[in-house]
Design a protein around this ligand. Structure first.
Ligand SMILES: [Zn+2]
Ligand SMILES: [Zn+2]
Length: 159
């Protein structure tokens, strides 16, 4: 049991790394056409960006199915992927973007910092201008602000 919990927790931590890289290199790379909806003003609860969440759910379901079919402990990896997806929806859609009617507010310093870091991710429009691609880890805000200033300067120079 302890071993399984360790796998679940390890998967949760690893998923932040996977999520950060996917956000930076896929969603802001060749997958921008799906993520783009998230960086533009919109109304409503759903956006094409949610396709990524669907993909995550499929991966989690597949892993759990494989685990149940005898490839233990893959179901715990799947549970970790699913848990990350749920945490992402709560933090990103709920706290960061307040998509829900009764949206929760960032209650502690950690969440406040994540919230502000994600504001900075959305501070400039476009694919290449983002900073802070993680969802549960953010570099110090002053570092992000410095990066953002450099991006702004570069954008101005490029016209
Ligand atoms: Zn983004
Ligand atoms: Zn966002």
């Amino acid at each position: 049991m302890l071993f399984n919990i360790a796998i679940l927790l390890g998967t949760l931590v690893a998923m932040e790394g996977v999520g950060t890289l996917a956000h930076k290199y896929i969603m802001h790379g060749w997958g921008w056409w799906l993520h783009r909806s998230h960086h533009e003003p919109h109304l409503g609860m759903l956006e094409t960006n949610d396709v990524y969440l669907l993909a995550l759910a499929l991966v989690a379901t597949g892993l759990v199915a494989l685990g149940k079919a005898g490839h233990a402990p893959l179901q715990w990896v799947g549970a970790g992927v699913a848990g990350y997806g749920v945490a992402y929806v709560l933090a990103h859609d709920g706290v960061f973007h307040r998509h829900w009617p009764n949206a929760p507010r960032p209650v502690n310093r950690y969440l406040k910092r994540l919230y502000q870091a994600h504001r900075l991710h959305h501070a400039m429009p476009g694919r290449k201008s983002g900073v802070s691609f993680g969802f549960f880890y953010a570099p110090p805000l002053r570092v992000l602000k410095r990066q953002l200033k450099a991006r702004r300067r570069a954008a101005r120079r490029a016209g």
